[in-house]
Design a protein around this ligand. Sequence first.
Ligand SMILES: Cc1ncc(COP(=O)(O)O)c(C=O)c1O
Length: 364
Amino acid sequence: MPTTTTDRILNFSAGPATMPVSVLRQAQSDLLNIAESGIGICEHSHRGEIFDTILEEAIADCRVIGNIPDEFEVLFLQGGATLQFAMIAMNFLSEGETATYLDTGVWASKAIKEAKKIGNVHLAFDGSKCNYDHCPTDDEIDALENVAYMHYCTNNTIYGTRFSNIPASEAPLICDMSSDIFSRQVDWSKFDMVYAGAQKNLGPAGTVLVIIRKSMLEKCPDGLPSTLNYKMVATKGSRLNTPPTFGIYLMGQVFKWILNEGGLQAIEKKNEHKSGLIYDALDSIPDFYTTFARDGSRSQMNISFKTKSPELDAMFLEESAKQGMSGLKGHRDLGGLRASIYNAFPEEGCARFAEFIQSFASSH
Ligand SMILES: Cc1ncc(COP(=O)(O)O)c(C=O)c1O
């Protein structure tokens, strides 16, 4: 059974995605017996001492990695990033108020759709007009004054675009970082809430990380059901009901792995290098490959591209699979090909893939 980073299949899946091998190994052992307790991680009470320590360490390590100031709460929720689309509006968009949204792709659009069920939405950037090929500069954003908040998505998983800057906003800034959280450093002075589904950069599906400014919690309406109210979840320290204990444990292990890798500064540098290897290979054969994202908006996590024809794309998939590469089919909304290379995707895998890109073009 392949168990090292190099002999496993190179998994380019957009999420759930590759996790660090050392984390998976630790989990293997902790599933049976964690911290010499004689009981596995999934079998411990969420209110027992073992889980107390896991939760405390996960929050503490998250704070260290992200350099998260004390004014923010670190919370673990469920319902995927998709439930956040609704919860944000339920908590922060009161009757008669308007929230600003930037539509930069499928997930940003879904957030807008959910918010519209709750209140008024002002669309300050409509990416559908440019086929979502880039993220807007401040000049392209038609901001409104006196809105409840502005929502955007830092990295568009499907189109492979990302914001290289943080959009200017006078309103509280709320951000979906599901597909690039902790891939680069974050300037917390600009944000009021950040959230991310775990299944790309943080661990397994089923847990959502929410990092929220404490002052935002005061705005949560008392009438909301408890599990949908950020203030209630924060008051109960993410244990309002049984939390996803295994997911939080694994996220905690991923945080320890990030620390071990040298923190976000080192991770950011590595991501630049990894994505650079692949973009350079694609750019070196411009009459064969086309990348989807415009220059300046290229994602370092998801590289969406295509060859000269759908038939060649299919052959690319077939031949790459024979080389032990998986998950390269583009999203059904966009077609073509996509390589997702989150933090845990190995550097040597990117180098191998860059070589494959070159050799495939030469032989076709
Ligand atoms: C940027 C982004 N936001 C939100 C989601 C939805 O996440 P979930 O399936 O956890 O609800 C995804 C899923 O891929 C995503 O990529």
